[in-house]
Design a protein around this ligand. Structure first.
Ligand code: ASP
Length: 318
């Protein structure tokens, strides 16, 4: 059995590519890296890789991670600038004995020495979004951070290896140097080939409070189905945050176990994800959360998918 699950519709082309590789017998490491790179390279996805939205100082600072569920090796970069594929730098770091999570300049130096492709990741389109947001914030129409998403994936290959990986430009208009959950093991991602894997998207500051990806893998290890594990972890963290802090940020999670069964849960409206497994082509699902916290899915319609691409590629009205 092989399979892949990933956060948001933007993962679709990547998951299709990853699944082709898994079908050809390639490893979960290669498939998840190639799948995330596909999302990083597409200029119209404005929260990952090239075309990602900048921080307060109009710099694109990227976070990414990779985890090998066989060895539990982890590699990650945070606040890295001007490299085309942060996920590949993260995977390379996972092979080091120590120094597995590098930030900012240190990460860039490592990437340079290792010959990773440099690229100016700030596009004209992202600059236009920045200027537009500055105006909207000045007019008090919007919170500065709105408009962020992470591509997070879990992959299982035919040999039973589970991997997880993430990539994001983090919160739009974040402070320089801000790091979210996505490069933090156990929060943004976790993979254990004996159990399965999980990955998160949403408000990093809140996702980290629950070490939520690890928590989901832990629940699966206790025998819960990925769906039950995702719902239980999301609902509990959402409840705790509301009780103790008065509010909870966005929490959306995906998970897959070593049998290729999968699940997803969220505390928001509008979460989408992509899932595929042997005998089940990659499909985009939309999540509906019931009043009791139970999440159900429906496959995205052709109209929804067309509309998604249209809005992603529409000119930015400044
Ligand atoms: N979790 C990411 C962060 O806090 C953003 C997101 O997934 O929307 O950086």
């Amino acid at each position: 059995m092989w399979g892949m699950i990933a956060t948001w519709r933007m993962a679709l082309e990547g998951v299709e590519k990853g699944c082709d590789m898994l079908m050809q017998g390639r490893s979960a490491g290669d498939a998840v890296e190639a799948a995330i790179r596909e999302v990083e390279d597409f200029p119209y996805y404005k929260s990952v890789g090239y075309g990602g939205l900048p921080n307060e100082e109009m710099e694109v600072e990227l976070d990414a991670a990779y985890m090998d569920g066989d060895t539990l090796s982890v590699g990650a970069v945070a606040a890295v600038r001007d490299y085309a594929n942060p996920v590949s730098i993260a995977r390379r770091l996972s092979q080091e004995p120590v120094n597995n999570l590098l930030v900012g300049e240190g990460a860039e130096k490592f990437a340079h020495k290792e010959g990773f492709e440099r690229k100016n990741m700030l596009t004209d389109r992202a600059k236009a979004f920045y200027r537009k947001r500055q105006r909207e914030v000045a007019q008090q129409e919007l919170k500065p951070y709105a408009g962020h998403d992470t591509v997070g994936m879990v992959c299982l290959d035919g040999n039973g290896k589970v991997t997880a990986a993430t990539s994001t430009s983090g919160l739009f208009m974040k402070k320089k140097g801000r790091v979210g959950d996505s490069p933090i093991v156990g929060s943004g991602f976790y993979a254990d080939s004996k159990v399965g894997g999980a990955s998160a998207t949403g408000l990093g500051e809140d996702l980290m409070k629950g070490c939520i990806s690890y928590e989901i893998v832990r629940l699966m290890k206790e025998g819960l189905h990925p769906q039950e594990a995702c719902e239980r972890a999301v609902n509990l963290l959402d409840k705790e945050l509301k009780e103790r802090r008065g509010k909870a940020g966005d929490l959306s999670l995906i998970a897959m176990n070593r049998e290729g069964q999968w699940g997803a849960a969220t505390n928001i409206e509008g979460f989408s994800f992509v899932a595929a497994a042997e005998g089940q082509r990659p499909r985009v699902y939309l999540v509906k959360r019931g009043a009791d916290g139970h999440c159900t899915f429906e496959e995205a319609s052709g109209e929804w998918l067309d509309d998604y691409m249209r809005t992603r590629m529409a000119p930015v009205e400044e």
